[in-house]
Design a protein around this ligand. Sequence first.
Ligand SMILES: [Zn+2]
Length: 342
Amino acid sequence: MIGRTLIIFLVCCSSITVFSFIKNAPPSLKKQKAIRTIIVDAGHGIMENGGHNGAKGSYSYEDDICLAISKEFIKNLQKELPEIKVVETRPTEKITSLTRRANIANENKGDLFFCIHVNAAVPIRKREFIGNKTVTYYTGKGSNRKKKTKQVPQYKTYTVSNPAKGTETYIWGAHKSEEKELAVRENAPILQEQDFKKTYGDIDPNSPEFVALSLLKTKQYFKRSATLAGFVQDEFAKVGRVDRNVKQRGVGIWVLQATAMPSVLVETGYITNRAEEDYLNSKAGQKELADCMIRALKTYIDWIEKQQDETDKRNNSSNTNKSRDVNNFLKMIEEKEKAYVR
Ligand SMILES: [Zn+2]
């Protein structure tokens, strides 16, 4: 654990460090497709005992809707962006454990993690006055004992379904990003292999430069996740869905914490709202949701490629020479990144 001030200092240093290292990148290390693999994660699934794991509506289950929307999304994805490889964490109705989901994502070196869920809101409790009831009671003892009556108000309590509706997209909580950074830094000992010095010269994986570079990379997951989540919500709003905004959740979403890539969790709608339940179960609704996510994905790809182009432009216009062997360093980062950073 390192202090907040140090983190800020390192991140500031990293901007300078990263740009100076990137400057001399050989052409082979530049220009890779920004998004090569997308992990699609249909929430929940049928458990071993046959029960449903997700939320329940008046006639349908979250588990089935998540799978249906995911399948529609994948179908569109393969049609519109055929160059992208799609990996499903839950390809059938059966449940996949959360750890397994994150492992599938990391093992396949996903560039993006798309998690699809359906929301539920607890019913609202109501209390309603239904009239007075005459209650008999007695006072005094023996010959003084008297019969009396009084009026007692009567209520009935009941629940009504929660009218909450719309979509919201979750990203991993900001405070949690420190843990993600920590995980990256704790992997740094991998770099202290026997011939490390011989191969990479004076690059020290414990150096502020190296740590800062790792930190910057993990920071980018957060920025990218937040950007994608914003695009997703924009598209839902455009087709008239109630926009419940991008939200951060620090706990309880294991898949967002454990995936070493930008990740979003889309709560597509409320199964506890009858109109939304119908929408979520309809072919048209599922298609609309999938289409929105595809459009958001395309906007995201444009955005990220534009960023990549700007970095390339900066690299090409530079002619600064560094005393360190920056090409080796960059190559090493690229190689190690494939193994554990992403
Ligand atoms: Zn869910």
